[in-house]
Design a protein around this ligand. Structure first.
Ligand SMILES: Nc1ncnc2c1ncn2[C@@H]1O[C@H](COP(=O)(O)OP(=O)(O)OP(=O)(O)O)[C@@H](O)[C@H]1O
Length: 309
């Protein structure tokens, strides 16, 4: 049976600046996310992960391509009713729980901010109940609503960030490096919380991380992104067992990557013992085996295909 696709990103391009200063942060990215799965987006800092997340929640304008959610186009100009629904259904959790919470607002306001924006409650009583329920859903006490963010630990603050997303009853949550700013000792708790919530509420996640080890146990499939392009996309287990792209291998083995400026100049990238020469021909996407895509030029693809046999 075919799985239901919740989100489709087609040929997404996001550019910043204009004319001479134009910079392409996301360059023709395509992927889809099935309902109920956790899809990982992994790449080093500056590769374009957050920009993709922000384009999906429509904070960043897109320059080209399409974003489709539940079969409906949500990029570009859309109907106000759909806009309101999408604002509710796609929520984002941010990297830094301290920076993402307004210090001067009480938790009650922070958690219901989204509700206020789309007026998704009938009475003050109902709003308060929703806040209490969301706090309990993330393992916090309802009475925390009357406190300020500085009264909480890093892990609790990230839980408040999750409650703020949950109150909207979303279908898709974009978790942008949700644990990287947290103390190592509490990272697993937040990952477990996200997994439990997924099971309970049938949530779908787009999980953004710079570190492959973080996505290993939480994601079903992973796309590896490098300089605004997806270079490899496959089931998570497959990526770990059999990484094909030199960049993925480099990420996995934590090999320091070359200086991007030098890289651009020479157009020759050396990762470990693999030579990746973009100047031979234009790299393209090829499905190496079912569901496992790789981005590279013909010589490399031939080499990887042989390696798979
Ligand atoms: N509003 C903006 N204006 C100009 N450039 C931007 C803007 N937002 C992002 N960029 C640039 O786009 C590139 C991709 O940034 P992005 O934040 O998406 O990367 P990332 O992979 O999420 O990295 P990080 O983990 O450091 O956030 C970077 O070079 C960044 O400087």
């Amino acid at each position: 049976m075919d799985r239901e696709i919740l989100l489709e990103v087609k040929n997404l391009k996001v550019e910043f600046g204009a004319k001479k200063n134009k910079f392409t942060a996301v360059d023709g990215v395509s992927f889809h996310i099935y309902k109920g799965e956790t899809f990982g987006l992994v790449g080093e800092s500056g590769s374009g992960k957050t920009t993709i997340g922000r384009a999906i929640v429509r904070i960043n304008e897109i320059s080209d391509g399409e974003i489709i959610f539940k079969g409906k186009k949500i990029s570009g100009k859309i109907d106000p009713q759909l806009d309101k629904e999408i604002t509710r259904q796609i929520q984002m959790i941010f990297q830094d729980p301290i920076a993402s919470l307004n210090e001067r607002s009480k938790v009650d306001y922070i958690v219901s901010e989204g509700l206020y924006n789309i007026k998704n409650y009938k009475s003050e009583e109902e709003r308060k109940q929703k806040v209490a329920k969301s706090l309990m859903d993330v393992g916090l006490l309802p009475e925390f609503a009357s406190r300020f963010p500085h009264e909480f630990s890093g892990g609790q603050r990230q839980r408040i960030g999750v409650a703020r997303a949950l109150i909207m009853e979303p279908e898709l949550i974009i978790a942008d490096e949700p644990i990287s700013a947290l103390d190592v000792s509490i990272r697993a708790q937040v990952l477990n919380l996200l997994s439990e919530l997924q099971r309970e509420k049938g949530l779908t996640y787009l999980f953004i991380a710079h570190d492959l080890s973080v996505v290993r146990f939480i994601t079903d499939r992973v796309a590896v992104i490098h300089k605004g392009k997806i270079v490899e996309l496959a089931d998570t287990q497959e990526i770990f067992k059999n990484p094909l792209h030199p960049y993925t291998k480099a990420l996995l083995s934590s090999i320091p990557l070359p200086d991007p400026k030098r890289e651009r100049k020479k157009k020759l990238i050396e990762y470990n013992s693999n030579i990746h020469d973009y100047s031979i021909d234009k790299p393209k996407w090829v499905e190496i085996r079912h569901g496992h895509y790789i981005f590279g030029n013909e010589i490399e693809i031939e080499k990887w295909k042989k390696g798979l046999k």
